[in-house]
Design a protein around this ligand. Structure first.
Ligand code: NAP
Ligand code: ZN
Ligand code: ZN
Length: 347
């Protein structure tokens, strides 16, 4: 039987989110029914729900940092049982057969993933995200939240955590490597924690020094303000890896100038406008400019286990559902410390 979930949705691109109800599909053979306890607010929720990236499907229920408890399972489910603590991230399906899916790179499925919200599932029905009371997801796109992590601080790991873990691992952040994280927001603060736990020497590049004490407490070794023009001169040629989490267009030439020979600038922020590049910035010093998106399902599980082992989740501000619109304003003002998480019991 389909069920009705209470949810917060953007009725249209320019309207604030409001309480509504949405249908959830019948629990199929391989599905789990999840009682959502917490949902993180990712900056992507704002880009998407305000139609900053285009192609919005309304009403839109954002939320792809979902932590909850299994309350039902389909007859073919083997991995999860009622009572298990689980998470769902940014996608809920992929083709499962392409080269990328076969390698555990489902986030780069060659036929396209099915996003947790603002997409259509195999039956053409719209998908609705985590700002809601429950969700039905195929068990293959569900991960286990280790007991050592409480569900509220685990929720942001499902997108922000893995989005930083994946490139930090791929570009070998670790002992002897100098890593800079640009932007100390939801993604950035987890980047600092993860890069520090991996053993790298970590620098935060933030617009100002107002969050410096927090950055150092989270594990950064150094902290600089990018509003200070001396910063770029002082740090020229310093880093093996710079990861930008900035949600607005970035001066790529300036950040490429911070790399050592053979260094990489990896962009995970997805601004709404294109950016330009002077190719001289890339060729001198054999530098790499790259992007990275999310992580695969197995990698997401690996990241959760890594965070549990190192004893950290996200730094969160827990909010009621009726505070979502206000939280969006604060994220847009770079006033997030460091992830808003919705207590879905308040929906
Ligand atoms: P967030 O919490 O708002 O953090 C972004 C940070 O960037 C801000 O806290 C701010 O840090 C800095 N920033 C913002 N505007 C800036 C500007 N105009 N100039 C310089 N710095 C600025 O957002 P988030 O949730 O971490 O997401 C960041 C971006 O990543 C978004 O575009 C989001 O859509 C994207 N994203 C990508 C992926 C992926 O897979 N690639 C996954 C999730 C999210 P300071 O105040 O410290 O400067
Ligand atoms: Zn996200
Ligand atoms: Zn695929």
């Amino acid at each position: 039987m389909t069920t009705t979930a209470a949810a917060y949705a953007a009725p249209s691109a320019k309207a604030p989110l409001e309480r509504t109800t949405i249908p959830r599909r019948v629990v199929g053979e391989h599905d789990v029914l999840i009682d959502i306890k917490y949902a993180g607010i990712c900056h992507s929720d704002i880009h998407a729900s305000t139609d900053g990236w285009g192609e919005g499907i309304y009403p839109m229920v954002p939320g792809h940092e979902i932590a909850g408890v299994v309350t039902g399972t389909g007859p073919g489910v083997t991995r999860y049982r009622v009572g298990d603590r689980v998470g769902v991230g940014v996608f809920v399906d992929s083709c499962r057969t392409c080269d990328n899916c076969a390698q555990g790179l489902e986030q780069y499925c060659l036929k396209g993933t099915t996003s947790t919200y603002n997409a259509r599932d195999k039956n053409g029905e719209p998908t609705y995200g985590g700002y809601s009371t429950h969700i039905v997801v195929d068990e293959n796109y569900v991960v286990r939240i280790p007991d050592a992590l409480s569900l509220d601080v685990a929720a942001p790991l499902l997108c922000a955590g893995v989005t930083l873990y994946s490139p930090l691992r791929h570009w070998n952040a670790g002992p002897g490597k100098k890593v800079a994280v640009v932007g100390l927001g939801g993604l950035g603060h987890l980047g600092v924690k993860i890069a520090h736990a991996l053993g790298a020497e970590v620098t935060v590049l933030s617009q100002s020094l107002r969050k410096q004490a927090d950055g150092l407490r989270l594990g950064a070794d150094h902290y600089y303000a990018t509003s200070d023009p001396n910063t770029f001169e002082q740090l020229a040629g310093s880093f093996d890896l710079v990861v930008s989490t900035v949600s607005a267009p970035l001066d790529l030439d300036a950040y490429l100038g911070l790399l050592r020979t053979d260094g990489a600038l990896v962009n995970v922020g997805i601004p709404e406008e294109p950016v330009s590049l002077d190719l001289f910035s890339l060729v001198s010093g054999r530098k790499t400019l790259a992007g990275s998106s999310l992580g695969g399902i197995a990698e997401t599980q690996e990241m959760l286990d890594f965070c549990a082992e190192h004893g950290f989740g996200a730094e969160i501000e827990l909010i009621r559902a009726d505070q979502i619109n206000e939280a969006y304003e604060r994220v847009l003002a770079s006033d997030v410390r460091y992830r808003f998480v919705i207590d879905t019991a308040t929906i």
